[in-house]
Design a protein around this ligand. Structure first.
Ligand SMILES: Cc1cc2nc3c(=O)[nH]c(=O)nc-3n(C[C@H](O)[C@H](O)[C@H](O)COP(=O)(O)OP(=O)(O)OC[C@H]3O[C@@H](n4cnc5c(N)ncnc54)[C@H](O)[C@@H]3O)c2cc1C
Length: 322
């Protein structure tokens, strides 16, 4: 019998499986590999969030934890495409700059730049100032999860879990598996199927033959380098209370291209594909649940910023295994 069954192989479940296996636990990871938001081709590690410039209390800790995880994976022979290039957050006016400045915690490395200083980025003419966050960057989400799963050495099953409780998991085919702990890390798709509450938001990235900027830039939408070329994207569809799998609507494509024009002052670029997924927000599901199982889900737009750090905390919470 394994010590731990982890349901879901996105950033939450893959991080937990890796960390638990390194702590000496026998882990089985069950992943349907459906609608995995963590397969995002280029995710930002950006501690200053949204257009409000909010900073999560643990953003810097989470950021450093994720970078340390990438370094450990690389050292173990599982390199993940990424860029520790910093992140640029242009702001449109002095009022936004003042609001963001007031929200920046003292310990968060940053500096305000003039848009004209950043000629290599080629920002559009409308920006008032640019917040540079030197510890941010981008990473390949799918590659990170793959590396974590491979490095964990966990037994990985491609299967769908129909139901679970504190110590058992029933697969869709009826097979029953037992473990000393069961953790649900099912993201938007899995939470919706299980009837768990949450706010689901779809978003899309345009894959581009070349990055729009050598450093990630974000306001409204983000442009970032990727393993191959670059991306332009955001999570921008109207929130729903269940998972949806609609493709990118045409009006959203137009919205995204307008964001590109605002960021860089031009449309265009060679499109090589579109990636669409759904993320789950509306409250973090973390720790012991009423049925005795555990959960790490509902990471919203911060899966890579906080997911690995929270996985490490969840593991500490579950230990010791009796
Ligand atoms: C367009 C877009 C851009 C984003 N950009 C960023 C970004 O820049 N930075 C950032 O930090 N975050 C970003 N995010 C958010 C990030 O992708 C999510 O927070 C994160 O991927 C959620 O990870 P997860 O492990 O909780 O869920 P998921 O990655 O969705 O993984 C859940 C997995 O569980 C499996 N599963 C579910 N239920 C079952 C079941 N019953 N049986 C078996 N398997 C099951 C699913 O098939 C899936 O593989 C973005 C999201 C989107 C949509």
């Amino acid at each position: 019998m394994p010590d731990l069954i982890v349901i879901g192989g996105g950033i939450a479940g893959s991080s937990l499986s890796y960390l638990a296996a390194r702590a000496g636990l026998r882990v089985t990871l069950i992943d349907a590999a459906q609608a995995r938001a963590s397969d995002v081709p280029s995710a930002l590690l950006n501690p200053v969030r949204g257009q409000g410039g909010r900073v999560e209390a643990r953003a810097l800790e989470g950021l450093r934890y994720t970078w340390a995880l990438l370094a450990a994976l690389e050292e173990a022979g599982y390199p993940v495409p990424h860029g520790r290039s910093g992140v640029l957050r242009p702001v449109p006016d002095p009022a936004t700059q003042a609001k963001w400045s007031a929200r920046l915690p003292a310990g968060l490395p940053h500096r305000w730049r003039e848009p004209q200083e950043l000629s290599e980025v080629g920002l559009g003419p409308a920006w008032h100032a640019v917040l540079e966050l030197p510890e941010g960057g981008w990473l390949d989400g799918a590659a990170l999860c793959r590396a974590l799963r491979a490095a964990s050495g966990a037994l990985t099953l491609r299967a769908q879990v129909a139901r679970w409780d504190a110590r058992t998991v029933t697969l869709a085919g009826g097979e029953l598996l037992e473990a000393r702990r069961v953790v649900f890390c099912g993201g938007s798709w899995g939470s919706s199927r299980a009837g768990l509450p949450g706010v689901h938001r779809r978003g899309s990235l345009l894959r581009l033959a070349r990055p729009l900027s050598p450093v990630p830039v974000s306001f409204g939408a983000y442009a970032a380098p990727a393993r191959a070329g670059g991306v332009l994207g955001a999570t921008f569809e109207a929130p729903t209370d269940t998972y949806r799998d609609d493709p990118l609507p045409l009006h959203s494509l137009a919205w995204l291209l307008d964001k590109q024009a605002a960021l860089f002052g031009h449309h265009g670029g060679e499109l090589t594909g579109v990636w669409t997924a759904s993320r789950l927000g509306g409250g973090l599901r973390f720790g012991p649940q009423t049925d005795g199982s555990y959960a790490l889900s509902g990471l919203g737009s911060k899966g890579f910023l906080l997911g690995p750090l929270l996985a490490s905390e969840l593991l500490r919470l579950m230990l010791p295994f009796e």
